[in-house]
Design a protein around this ligand. Structure first.
Ligand SMILES: [Zn+2]
Length: 146
């Protein structure tokens, strides 16, 4: 299967498989950041489109933007995430060049469903087109104190 927008990037429409240690990393990250949303990147070999074998944590910059400009960025990290866009662009380039593409941008929703929200769609897609050549996955950590 290919994605109409990125026919050369098969992982965007693949049935992705995540190595268990990577999933454990992502879960640990989500719990460590709770009750803030976490975000990060998942990588894998270009030659195995559906495989994800590495996670990299990114900083959720939502609070920084909210502090600087609460009118434009009314949400905090509790319900919003913002990745460093320049670093994301650079990471996409470097991964592609190294044969280890960034395949997925993940983030968490705290105490809400693991769905791609309207807010997420507004951030990562424009008129039905993805802004970044990466798939998106949303994870939902439970309250670690429960
Ligand atoms: Zn979201």
């Amino acid at each position: 299967m290919t994605h109409p927008q990125f026919p050369d990037l098969p992982w965007i429409d693949a049935d992705l498989r995540i190595d268990s240690h990577v999933l454990a990393d992502v879960e640990a990250h989500a719990l460590a950041e709770y009750p803030s949303e976490c975000c990060g990147f998942l990588f894998g070999p270009a030659a195995e489109p559906e495989r994800l074998d590495e996670a990299r944590r990114e900083v959720n910059e939502a609070d920084k933007y909210h502090r600087l400009d609460p009118e434009t960025f009314p949400r905090t990290s509790r319900t919003y995430f913002k990745i460093h866009e320049l670093r994301a662009a650079r990471t996409l380039e470097e991964g592609a060049a190294a044969g280890r593409p960034l395949k997925v941008i993940y983030h968490s929703h705290c105490d809400a469903g693991a769905y791609f929200s309207a807010e997420d769609a507004a951030t990562f897609a424009h008129e039905g087109l993805l802004t970044w050549p990466a798939d998106h996955r949303v994870i939902r950590p439970s309250d670690p104190t429960e």
